[in-house]
Design a protein around this ligand. Structure first.
Ligand code: SF4
Length: 214
């Protein structure tokens, strides 16, 4: 496929996703509690993929992923500024659920909508063969991308256990970096697991620098 054809294919799929109303019109369970607003950033040139969970309420309002303190921490982990982070020609951002799924009774975010992955993800990633590295943030993204790339994870493995195995995948192609979510809720986890900042982040920053250099 030529670069032009590949760009056209990605633009077509992204346009279909952005027009999706599945969870409002024919949901598997409860109807999405607001108008769908799919959020993703893809291009035919980005070699780095940030595979995330689902937009939160703030992202649903702005349409800008990781435009919050979690995003600030993620950019620090990656060693990039906002300009680089939001340069879609260099970094793709694809959550496992494209729309904000709403809140649970305790006020937390619901899991990604189950309709999204079988409807969209396999065809989207088939159109993104240039991705060299997947940064898989949180369990939903890790389950999908590790299985998609032929490294099925043990059932019941925690995010901590998966992240601790990061070296097993640093020579995979595409390379996969499993990360915990950069939320403030994981600050305690970061304190309890100093190896993450000492060992994982330098390797992550080196790989990100390789992929985003202009
Ligand atoms: S969450 Fe996914 S499947 Fe549901 S409406 Fe949004 S884009 Fe469509």
């Amino acid at each position: 496929m030529t670069i032009r054809a590949s760009r056209k294919k990605i633009d077509e799929i992204a346009a279909h996703i952005r027009a999706c109303r599945l969870c409002a019109e024919t949901p598997e369970g409860a109807t999405l509690p607001h108008e769908p607003r799919p959020v993703l950033r893809v291009s035919s040139s980005a070699r780095l993929l940030l595979a995330s969970q689902a937009p939160g309420n703030l992202v649903n309002q702005t349409g800008v992923p990781f435009n919050d303190p979690s995003g600030d921490r993620l950019r620090d982990w990656m060693g990039v500024d906002r300009e680089t982070f939001y340069d879609v020609s260099r970094i793709a951002i694809v959550p496992m659920g494209f729309c904000f799924p709403g809140n649970d009774a305790a006020g937390g975010d619901l899991p990604p909508r189950p309709e999204c992955r079988p409807r969209w993800h396999d065809s989207l990633f088939a159109a993104l063969p240039q991705i060299e590295t997947v940064v898989a943030i949180g369990r939903y993204a890790q389950d999908y991308h590790f299985a998609r790339l032929g490294h099925a994870l043990p059932r019941g493995a925690s995010v901590s256990e998966i992240v601790a195995r990061w070296r097993e995948f640093e020579n995979a192609s595409p390379l996969i970096f499993p990360l915990p979510h950069p939320s403030w809720r994981n600050s305690g986890w970061l304190k309890r697991n100093p190896w993450f900042e000492a060992e994982v982040l330098p390797a992550l920053r080196a790989e990100v620098a390789r992929l985003v250099k202009t």
